[in-house]
Design a protein around this ligand. Structure first.
Ligand code: PLP
Length: 433
């Protein structure tokens, strides 16, 4: 890295990083390697996305082969076979009925696409007054103007204009009521009733969609209380409001099934995906919708382009090749089942950190966990950042958001590597002030 680097890094304290850079040079299976050869266990699957582990030969070979055969083809008024095949194969692993797929290139684009589809659907069925959206506090739906408007993280919102007509549900984290819950907390289902209050205040006929992450990841791992998502499903159905699950993190095995919808037994109207869609090898996003939505927007439209939306790289050949190969790897290695089978071992290991210094809560579901630390005096986030640096320097990659340590390893993790994660974090916590 040269002295005054040109790279403006995203979501990064650029000045601190550039003074003390921590670079990743190569990766294989469960590990990253730094330029000087240090081996780092990947406790976060990159950014919650390398679900099958790094450098999977089947996926990289498929990308290489596709780049040679067809590097790029537009999908506006043209097509290429792989995009159709990928959409069909993807639909096969989603909850039944969600079998129409729109491709994007990231989670943010998938979210903005889903919100536009919701508006288009409501107009198409004669419900054009439904122009409001409902998001949730502490939600992360990416950084597009749609996603940040329905999102609930103040730092991402405060500097930017937002979409009008957005209400927010309360978030569901309450450490007083539900600290150290294992799996879904028993407390909090009643918070879904806030949606009835928003409906009563605005009128159901003004609301197009509610969007939530079934499990909030980026805001610090907020696990849905038992019965909460079921209530949201019932209330949205009652009022003709679409329910969107943002599964950018939770799809592709993270919770021990293809989707959180499948694992938790609740089918929304729309699902957004990205990250594990291609095992993060090629940027890609996707939106799955039910047949009724597709039929209303597409089949019942007048002749011509039905939906004025799309990206140059929607259904990019390399993304489709990578995605198809990733689906093969997930199936052949039974990775979703593996995540489910490992989840109780994972839960016990992570909860073994509960007695360590500074720990005020631990939350988990599937192969996700959060260890929340007491913030240090008037320097929130600093303690967790010190834990992050110490773990990295001692061979473990974790992720921190504020004072929450978030963990989401590749689904190929072995038990002894789970033990290493819990032991290393426990050890570092005893040292950090
Ligand atoms: N939605 C959710 C739930 C996410 O967790 C993320 C990223 O972490 C996004 C959307 C945005 O995805 P991307 O960074 O690919 O735009």
């Amino acid at each position: 890295m040269r002295n005054d680097p040109a790279f403006w890094m995203p979501f990064t304290d650029n000045r601190s990083f550039k003074m003390h850079p921590r670079l990743l040079a190569t990766a294989k299976d469960m590990h990253y390697f730094t330029p000087d050869g240090a081996k780092i266990l990947d406790g976060t699957a990159g950014l919650w996305c390398v679900n099958a582990g790094h450098g999977r030969a089947k996926i990289t070979e498929a990308i290489r082969e596709q780049a040679t055969r067809l590097d790029y083809a537009p999908t506006f008024q043209l097509g290429h076979p792989l995009a159709f095949e990928f959409a069909d194969r993807l639909a096969n692993i989603l909850p039944s009925g969600l079998d129409r797929i729109f491709f994007a290139n990231s989670g943010s684009e998938a979210v903005d696409t889903a919100l536009k589809i919701a508006f288009a659907y409501q107009r198409a069925i004669g419900q054009g007054t439904r122009t409001r959206l409902v998001g949730r506090e502490r939600a992360y739906h990416g950084v597009g103007f749609g996603g940040l408007s329905v999102g609930g993280l103040v730092n991402n919102r405060r500097s930017f204009v937002q979409l009008p007509g957005v209400s927010h549900l309360p978030h569901t984290l309450n450490i007083d009521e539900a600290a150290f819950s294992r799996g879904q907390p028993a407390w909090g289902a009643h918070l879904a009733e806030e949606l009835e209050r928003i409906v009563a205040l605005n009128g159901a006929e003004t609301i197009a969609a509610v969007i939530v992450e079934p499990l909030s990841g980026s805001a610090g791992v907020l696990v849905p209380p038992i019965g909460y998502l079921e209530r949201l499903r019932a209330i949205t159905q009652k009022h003709g409001i679409l329910l969107i699950f943002d599964e950018v993190i939770t799809a592709f095995g993270r919770l021990g099934a293809a989707t959180a919808s499948e694992r938790l037994g609740i089918t929304p109207d729309i699902i957004t995906m990205a990250k594990g869609l291609t095992n993060a090898t090629v940027p890609a996003g996707a939106v799955a919708v039910g047949r009724d939505i597709y039929d209303a927007v597409v089949d019942r439209a007048p002749p011509g382009i039905e939906f004025f939306h799309g990206y140059t790289y929607s259904g990019h050949p390399l993304a489709c090749a990578a995605g198809l190969a990733a689906l093969d790897v997930y199936r052949e290695d039974k990775l979703f089942e593996r995540a489910l089978a490992l989840s109780s071992y994972w839960e016990s290991a992570i909860h073994s950190v509960s007695g360590k210094r500074h720990v005020i809560d631990i939350r988990n579901l599937g192969l996700v966990a959060a260890i929340e630390l007491e913030p240090r005096g008037n320097a929130p986030g600093l303690r967790a950042m010190e834990v992050f640096h110490a773990c990295f320097d001692e061979g473990l990659l974790i992720r921190v958001t504020g004072d929450v340590i978030a963990l989401s390893p590749p689904l190929i993790i072995e038990k002894h590597q789970i033990d290493f994660i819990a032991e290393k974090i426990g050890e570092v916590l005893e040292r950090v002030e």
